[in-house]
Design a protein around this ligand. Structure first.
Ligand SMILES: *[C@@H]1O[C@H](CO)[C@@H](O)[C@H](O)[C@H]1NC(C)=O
Ligand SMILES: *[C@@H]1O[C@H](CO)[C@@H](O)[C@H](O)[C@H]1NC(C)=O
Ligand SMILES: *[C@@H]1O[C@H](CO)[C@@H](O)[C@H](O)[C@H]1NC(C)=O
Ligand SMILES: *[C@@H]1O[C@H](CO)[C@@H](O)[C@H](O)[C@H]1NC(C)=O
Length: 497
């Protein structure tokens, strides 16, 4: 019984295929349920697995010739604008009694080999030729074979829906390497009947339409900042808008920098000089002092590392003496070019770096960090209200407190200022000399409501302002008189723990 059922299934499948086959040949076949029941009954009657096909098709007369048919009823063609396209009518068993009609969608375009539309040429083998196709030629084409009325459907697509051109060449979904300083034009084109809104993005961030006039991006004086994945979307309002991408790489000469332009050292100690660089293709880096390339020796060792997106070469200068002081060059070069950065090694303190600040009303507390293995003897703070011509200066103090091994000092200063945009910078002195001034730090003191700010200025400075400093024993409060404003300034040097 089980075997019987299996056979029935097989029969059903064969019948369905048979029907599809019959329909596809455009020979009308009745396919209502009644018929299927009948065939199924046949299966039970004959129990024969191999003759399914012969039962569904009416017996052919041995003398007659097989009817024409298509091996493929649907063909999909894609062409680029400008191509010459042949659309075949790939009919088998074509007889002298058969005729071919060509349709473009609903319109007749060729009668046999005689073209009716001027866009096409008929060919001897019943194919048609469309020269120099344009997006307007993209359509559904049908080759109809008479009198059987069987047809082959060819869908012609012209052009990608979207392509990205670089200087006129199609680079859609490819990668491209540019050279620093080059000039290139990226253009995104859509080939669609509906109008599209071209949208560009770089590394996932939408580019402003001002940068992309009519879907064109002009890359001028190319550098590392142009590296990335460019995506173009032809927004036609549909759920599946056409899109494409290109990956742009840029070859550039090394970009060399250091985070410590001045390195403090102590006689007999060691110092590390840092050279950070980025390059594509990869670069070679080395240090130069007094026009000599430094080699690994008793005096120097060199370490290469990778640090926060750039490569770093570190020069270790050992057992420092006066002749080691001075200017070091870090030189990096690759196939595109070379660059250098200067690093000063000295006994002076390093340039102070702004650390952080707090503002409470018109009271500001500023912190800088300074490296000096030698004790700091002095610090100087200059500050200025934007728009005024003079700098005010606070010079303070010696301190006994320092960390010999760490060599990091913290400078803290608190003062009361009138509202406005202020600048401040500091420099420090150690037993050998002065550092450079730190870069300007800008900060804004906001005005409260007008009445209270006048009151504040006239009021004597509150006690807790003095106590807010660190290490009360070392505090040297300084009163600075500015026109119309009294300032209390406390500058402190403090050990960094
Ligand atoms: C018909 O002729 C053209 C041109 O000779 C040829 O490219 C095409 O492949 C032919 N088609 C068939 C179905 O042979
Ligand atoms: C084909 O013709 C039908 C009916 O005229 C029309 O709706 C359809 O848009 C046409 N298709 C193309 C691709 O022109
Ligand atoms: C760092 O150097 C390595 C080879 O030493 C190289 O592969 C890499 O690209 C470099 N990175 C940068 C940011 O230059
Ligand atoms: C100085 O600082 C270093 C590291 O910053 C630390 O290891 C050392 O203990 C400190 N020395 C003193 C005396 O506090």
């Amino acid at each position: 019984m089980i075997k019987m059922r299996d056979t029935t299934c097989l029969w059903l499948i064969c019948l369905l295929i048979g029907q599809f086959y019959a329909q596809s040949q455009a020979s009308p076949v009745e396919s209502d349920n009644g018929n299927q029941e009948e065939y199924q009954d046949d299966d039970y009657d004959y129990g024969d697995e191999d003759d399914a096909g012969t039962d569904t098709v009416p017996p052919v007369e041995p003398a007659s010739i097989d009817p024409p048919y298509f091996e493929q009823e649907f063909v999909s063609l894609r062409a680029k604008p400008g191509d010459n396209v042949v659309i075949n009518c790939d009919v088998r068993n074509f007889q002298l009694s058969n005729a071919v009609m060509w349709y473009k969608n609903q319109t007749i375009i060729a009668n046999g080999q005689i073209a009716i539309s001027n866009r096409v040429e008929g060919m001897k083998n019943n194919s048609i030729l469309i020269k120099n196709v344009t997006p307007e030629d993209a359509d559904e084409y049908y080759c109809l074979v008479l009198p059987e009325q069987i047809r082959q459907h060819t869908s012609l697509m012209v052009g990608a829906r979207l392509s990205i051109l670089c200087d006129g060449l199609d680079i859609t979904d490819r990668s491209q390497t540019f050279k620093q300083g080059d000039h290139h034009k990226l253009e995104c084109r859509t080939y669609m009947a509906t109008s599209t809104n071209i949208k560009w993005s770089l590394n996932g961030h939408r580019l402003e339409s001002s940068d992309t006039e009519n879907g064109v991006i002009i890359l001028d004086n190319i550098d590392e900042s142009n590296v990335g994945v460019y995506q173009c979307l032809g927004d036609d309002g549909s759920r599946d808008p056409p899109h494409g991408m290109v990956t742009i790489d840029v070859h550039y000469s090394p970009k060399v920098s250091t985070h410590r332009h001045h390195v403090n050292a102590i006689e007999g100690g060691h110092a590390e000089l840092y050279c950070n660089y980025r390059a594509n293709p990869i670069a070679l880096s080395f240090f130069i002092k007094d026009a000599q390339t430094l080699q690994i020796s008793e005096k120097y060792s060199i370490k290469n590392s990778f640090h926060e997106g750039h490569n770093r070469t570190t020069l270790l200068v050992k057992n420092i003496e006066a002749s080691d002081l001075g200017e070091y060059l870090c030189h990096a070069e690759n196939a595109i070019g070379s660059n250098e950065v200067k690093i000063q090694l000295s006994y002076n303190p390093e340039t102070p770096q702004f650390e952080d600040m707090t503002i409470d009303g018109n009271k500001v507390t500023l912190h800088w960090l300074v490296r000096s293995l030698q004790p700091l003897s002095e610090a100087m703070l200059d500050y200025q209200l934007t728009g005024s011509y003079t700098w005010s200066t606070v010079t303070v103090l010696k301190t006994q407190h320092h960390n010999q091994t760490g060599g990091i000092w913290k400078i803290t200063h608190q003062m009361e200022l009138k509202p406005g945009l202020w600048h401040a910078h500091v420099k420090t002195k150690n037993t050998h000399g002065w550092s450079n001034f730190s870069p300007d730090h800008e900060f804004q003191i906001k005005s409260d409501d007008a009445d209270s700010s006048i009151d504040d200025v006239d009021m004597p400075p509150p006690d807790d302002l003095v106590r807010a400093g660190f290490g009360v024993g070392n505090v040297a409060p300084t009163l600075v008189q500015l026109p119309g404003i009294t300032l209390l300034s406390v500058l402190l040097l403090r050990l960094q723990l």
